[in-house]
Design a protein around this ligand. Structure first.
Ligand code: ADP
Ligand code: MG
Length: 478
């Protein structure tokens, strides 16, 4: 049987405010446990929460960036449940009337495929504290610093059909919240995490299958692995005649498997009701306009501009705009390259991002700056060096051996363009390979590549491929 995968994501983005959503306590990550929670965050009797206006403006920013509607009126509700890291006994969230609804983001899957993923809603809520089960020899600790930290929960429609699409959507959201500067996107610290809802159905069937929910996954790689594992598990269960139980599961990256956590049957009835301490949130058209005026260039706008201004493919542009920092690096490198936008794009997406990824560096930590990469491309474009030699220089730049021209000079890497010198090399190769030359001349055209390779090697990679081709053809013709 052929199966179709269906995925919807719930993403929690921690909003980058300096204080909490309903109190003045600090939100800084990594403080000593229980030094940043105040009476309001703990819900002590008699306290009154007050909404942090920055949080609201960030939600509006998100709505504008995600092509969504801002609700003119939204309501905070209490979601009641017991958990040791939730001393209040309830979490303030939004339920029936969320602040953001009906948006979408477009994802670029490869050269020719893009897809629109719809966003059902995004609502504001406070985070809970954290239970610490390590280092306490049999007992657990509770750190309430995170209690009351503002979150935007972004819920998608079940529009994704593979783990790859889910990751592309998650990356697009990550890009967006970082452009908007409403979330630092730090996944290791949990500022950006996701729950993946996964189901499968026989291809062609209209109704969705029963879904499971994979909780709190905090890296792109794990999202992909967790979904792929879960899809395979569900298909195995169904194909051996079993049934999928609607349940919450945990992904264990060490074992690369998902495990049942709790089933929906025993799930809490949260008894949501409007929080009596908080007024409904009313957002005026003027407030929205004020936020709109201060918006930076958004990912979708930059994507369009890069395609037009630099004549890039949709896919190349999508890689280069994936963060503001990469986009800025690209534009600076293009300037330094003497206007070689396509070549610079290739060098960034393949060589530079590959090397950074391998070393686990952000672009800000790149040992090669934009001016240097641009200069390197300029030297390929003006035929000073070949593309092959450029890779050697790239490595030297990476190892901080100096500037581009310096390295070319010092190592004698200049491309040989003197026809006489190249012909001399070719003659030597021809003389040393009399048998192959004879074969070639009797019709074995395929051998041409062999001669190209040999001559290039003899030159130390310093020939212009086009020029070499032309001269070789002439010489081999005899
Ligand atoms: P809950 O509040 O129980 O988590 P929601 O209706 O808010 O339920 O849905 C949560 C997420 O699950 C949404 O992102 C939605 O797109 C996704 N979803 C719903 N049904 C399915 C399904 N059958 N398969 C995969 N994802 C689904
Ligand atoms: Mg859910």
């Amino acid at each position: 049987m052929e199966w179709e995968v269906v995925i919807g994501l719930e993403v929690h983005a921690q909003l980058a405010t300096t204080s909490k959503i309903f109190s003045g306590a600090a939100t800084k990550f990594g403080a000593e446990p229980n030094t940043q929670a105040c009476a309001i965050d703990l819900g002590m009797p008699g306290v009154l929460p007050v909404l942090n206006q920055d949080v609201l403006n960030m939600a509006i920013k998100f709505a504008l960036g995600a092509n969504a509607e801002v609700a003119s009126k939204s309501v905070f509700a209490r979601k009641n449940y017991f958990y040791p890291d939730l001393p209040k006994g309830y979490q303030i969230s939004q339920y029936e009337l969320p602040v953001v609804q009906h948006g979408y983001v477009d994802i670029q899957l490869d050269e020719n495929t893009s897809k629109r993923i719809r966003i059902t809603r995004a609502h504001l809520e406070e985070d809970a504290g954290k239970s610490l089960h390590e280092d306490f020899q049999g007992s657990s600790g509770i750190d309430l610093n995170r209690a009351g930290t503002p979150l935007l929960e972004i819920v998608s429609e079940p529009d994704m059909r593979s783990a790859k699409e889910a990751v592309a959507y998650l990356k697009a959201l990550h890009t967006l919240v970082r452009y908007l500067e409403i979330c630092d996107g730090n996944m290791q610290e949990g500022s950006f995490r996701c729950d993946a809802n996964v189901s499968v159905r026989p291809k062609g069937q209209k109704e969705f299958g029963t879904r499971t929910e994979l909780k709190n996954i905090n890296s792109f790689r794990f999202v992909e692995r967790a979904i792929n594992y879960e899809v395979e598990r569900q298909i195995n269960v169904l194909e051996s005649g079993g049934k999928i139980t609607q349940e919450t599961r945990l992904y264990d990256p060490n074992k690369n498997e998902t495990r049942a956590m709790r089933s929906k049957e025993e799930a809490n009835d949260y008894r949501y009701f409007p929080d009596p301490d908080l007024l409904p949130v009313v957002i005026s058209a003027e407030q929205i306009e004020k936020v709109r005026k201060d918006l930076p260039e958004l990912p979708q706008q930059k994507h369009k501009r890069f395609m037009e201004q630099y004549n890039l493919s949709a896919y190349d542009a999508s890689v280069l705009i994936s963060s503001k920092e990469i986009a800025a690096y690209y534009e600076e490198a293009v300037k330094a390259s003497g206007n070689q936008p396509k070549l610079v794009a290739n060098w960034i997406s393949s060589e530079l991002l590959g090397a950074l990824n391998k070393s686990d560096y952000e672009i800000a930590q790149s040992p090669i700056n934009a001016a240097q990469l641009g200069k390197l491309v300029a030297r390929i474009a003006d035929d000073t060096i070949s593309g092959k030699i450029a890779k050697t220089i790239f490595e030297a730049l990476w190892n901080k051996e100096g500037e581009v021209d310096e390295i070319i000079e010092k190592r004698g890497l200049k491309q040989v363009t003197d026809t006489g010198a190249i012909e001399k090399l070719i003659d030597e190769i021809i003389a040393a390979n009399a048998d192959k030359v004879a074969e070639y001349r009797s019709g074995k055209d395929k051998l041409f590549g062999y001669f190209v390779g040999q001559t290039m090697k003899a030159s130390g990679g310093k020939l212009n491929p086009q020029q070499l081709n032309d001269l070789l053809k002439k010489k081999l013709a005899g």
